[in-house]
Design a protein around this ligand. Structure first.
Ligand code: PHB
Length: 367
């Protein structure tokens, strides 16, 4: 079984990976006070260090970039210190870890923000869906449109997040431009109705993402920055009037940066839910003919489906989220064709060890 392509070593940008299984970035809502990673977070990631690459969870680059309760940040020195214990624990176990840089934009619910603040966005258009807050589900509010003069600050927040991730000992970073968060809100025209140089044409809507990528690549250099896109997802009330045109332009424009990879979320996934076995729409296969670098594909893959997507050469790496969450030794389980632990959805976003660091590895099952 070890002749599977999924389990074969590969080069990803500047990194050598022992296999092509990537741990997908997973929001787990378990940072400590001050949105600082704790030793429990280090344990969780270290348990999963057999991944070819771990992509750390969505991590806000600014206080108002928070998307859910207790998501970690990368904008204070205490957060950098907190992340250092995570990267050290993963490296001590022989693993590699990127950090996902995130700004939630309009879906940062006011209950998560300092008193009186409202979320920022390209345009004052509320996401027509519910927010997960500390007080349960609440409707999203109408956000405040960023002034043109405020946009350079957003780019600097991503640049500083990238510098902080470097200081914290990560091996690279992924820019979160998917799932209806700030950069995706700029890309797609249902949430961006600006009339300045950041709205209107696809060139204008992609401008912020490309400026952020430029800034982050200036910090990290070539082969250490990935970008995540979800061209088919309606999660967080996203929609574009011409996704093929929008995302072809973006994928082509991303060719100029020497990225480590483009990370595509497949159409069958909405947030953390599988909506269809075979989703129609844009995913890795679509990007393959446009983007010249490595492609990571994510979205409800089994071992067999992951192997198949690599064999048909629609992608170079497969990201596993829910299966990695519940199987810390997933590559080994695939190699042995071993049974998988089932994931418990009700502890995805809860607190403490339960459903987080207590999923057993194979050894403890006596196999
Ligand atoms: C995301 O960061 O993209 C994300 C977070 C939480 C979810 C789904 C997606 O439930």
């Amino acid at each position: 079984m070890t002749d599977r392509k999924l389990l074969s070593p590969a080069t990803l940008g500047a990194l050598q990976l022992p296999n092509r299984l990537i741990m997908a970035p997973l929001t787990r809502c378990r940072a400590g006070d001050g949105y600082i990673p704790q030793s429990i977070n280090a344990t969780y990631y270290a348990q999963r260090s057999a991944a070819g690459l771990i992509i750390g969870e969505a991590t806000q680059v600014a206080r108002n970039g928070i998307g859910y309760p207790n998501t970690p940040g990368i904008y204070t020195s205490a957060q950098v210190v907190g992340w250092k214990q995570v990267t050290k624990a993963v490296h001590d176990r022989g693993g590699r870890i990127f950090l996902q840089l995130w700004h939630a934009g309009r879906v940062a619910h006011p209950s998560l923000l300092p008193e009186g603040e409202i979320p920022i966005a390209p345009s004052p258009i509320a996401a027509n869906c519910m927010a997960d807050t500390a007080n349960g589900q609440q409707p999203h509010v109408t956000p405040r449109a960023l002034a043109l003069t405020e946009i350079p600050r957003i780019i600097e927040q991503f640049r500083q997040g990238a510098k902080n991730a470097l200081m914290a000992g990560f091996d690279g970073v992924e820019i979160h431009s998917a799932n209806g968060y700030l950069l995706d809100q700029f890309l797609q025209d249902s949430s961006n109705q600006r009339s300045d140089k950041y709205g209107g044409s696809v060139e204008n809507r992609a401008r912020l993402l490309l400026e952020v990528v430029q800034a982050v690549v200036e910090v990290w250099g070539k082969g250490k920055v990935g970008v995540r896109l979800s061209p088919s997802s309606a999660f967080n009330d996203m929609q574009d009037s011409n996704p093929t045109a929008t995302f072809s332009y973006v994928a082509d424009a991303l060719n100029q940066f020497g990225l480590a990879y483009l990370h595509a979320i497949e159409p069958r996934i909405q947030g953390n839910i599988t909506i269809a076995e075979t989703g129609k729409g844009l995913g890795a296969r679509f990007f393959r003919s446009i983007f010249q670098g490595s492609i990571v594909t994510a979205g409800g893959y089994t071992c067999e489906m992951g192997e198949a997507v690599l064999q048909e050469d629609s992608a170079d790496f497969v990201a596993y989220g829910r299966l990695f969450l519940s199987n810390p030794d997933l590559p080994k389980r695939f190699a042995l064709n071993a049974e998988l632990n089932r994931y418990e959805r009700n502890t995805f976003y809860s607190s403490g060890e339960q459903g987080y660091t207590d999923y057993p590895a194979i050894e403890t099952l006596g196999l």
